[in-house]
Design a protein around this ligand. Sequence first.
Ligand code: PLP
Length: 409
Amino acid sequence: MDHVLGLKCVLCGAEYGVDEVLYVCPKHGDEGILDVLYDYDLVAARLTKEGLATNHDYSIWRYAPLLPIADDIPRPPLQIGWTPLYHTQRLGERLGLRYLYLKDDGRNPTASFKDRASAVGVVKAQELGYGTITCASTGNAASSLAGLAASVGLQSIIFVPERVPRAKVAQLLIFGAQVIMVKGTYDQAFDLCLEAAKEYGWYSRNTAYNPYLSEGKKTAALEICEQLGWQAPDRIFVSVGDGCIIGGLWKGLRDLQALGFIERMPRLVGVQAEGAGPLVQAWEEGTEEMVPLVPDTLADSIAVGQPRDRVKALRAVRETAGRYVAVEDEEILEAMRLLGREAAVFAEPAGAAGFAGLSKLVREGEIGPEERIVVLVTGNGLKDVDSAIHAVGQPEIIEPSMAALRRLP
Ligand SMILES: *Cc1c(COP(=O)(O)O)cnc(C)c1O
């Protein structure tokens, strides 16, 4: 771990050694999110484009010299990351874009982007000697943590709000997690989980609290640039709830710039649901403060009223000259249909929201036809079959006869 210099508070800039604090800046309580600092000279000696070109570890661990983990801790045996980046020409033509790429993170072992963070979380839990790891989640962080914990033999205790799609709860139970379903919102489950972790001494995989999780999330940005031959795209679209993914992508891109792997910074576009868009509002108003709201959207994975990683999430967009955009649930359902029909990628609502945001900006004339655009699809559609059926309707049912078949419209 000699390549990790320490941890820096995003609010006050105070720096700490990795052995000094476990989660957040002591001066700011749960708000003081810490960012991991690296010795880029050391990293550059260990991670080169040439080395990567001959590295056959096609997972997030190919970037281990740029991750805050020690060499001697066992890594989960599952395949995390290095998800496909498709040049989706037919879908691109629909929007009038030549270079549209989809990165399908629904292809991770528990079928969402969250596996990138959970993988790092369980490595840290083992390094620090914990036997139990916990998180609160709208679903995917939970099922992801449960799966990754099971893969290395850790106990997981998961807090979920009542309104979680059944498939995600099924995953938790299949992976052997202890599930605590909270009568309330995600935000309430989050606060309860933090308190419980303190009281019982569990390791907390809570996003925007544990500083190491963003480091796992940044691997998607590293992969995108490597998969595009180190030609960074013009824009990256991603759905945003707590803001950790977008903050993580920004971190990965800054790492690559610091190492001289990419020359230009892509513009990051954060997409929120109209009924859960506090970051859109804060971005429009030019502030970092926001009023918590009660989220209302069918995209459960981004139904967040009080984004925990708001500071990084806003800076990621402002400092890359990107933007936030809000989409209606109806636009998300349309995005699910288009992704399925034109690119054969099945996304859950939050997984399709990034694409819905792109479609909207295309309609508004903000995107040039030659721009190189990457859209992150963050979760698989099988996670929330009810929403998928809601998007496409039920099939016709007929008697088993040719006559009945011929009568179909
Ligand atoms: C968690 C999640 C998001 C949002 O990520 P944040 O870090 O909370 O902004 C988007 N899509 C899916 C499928 C998710 O599970």
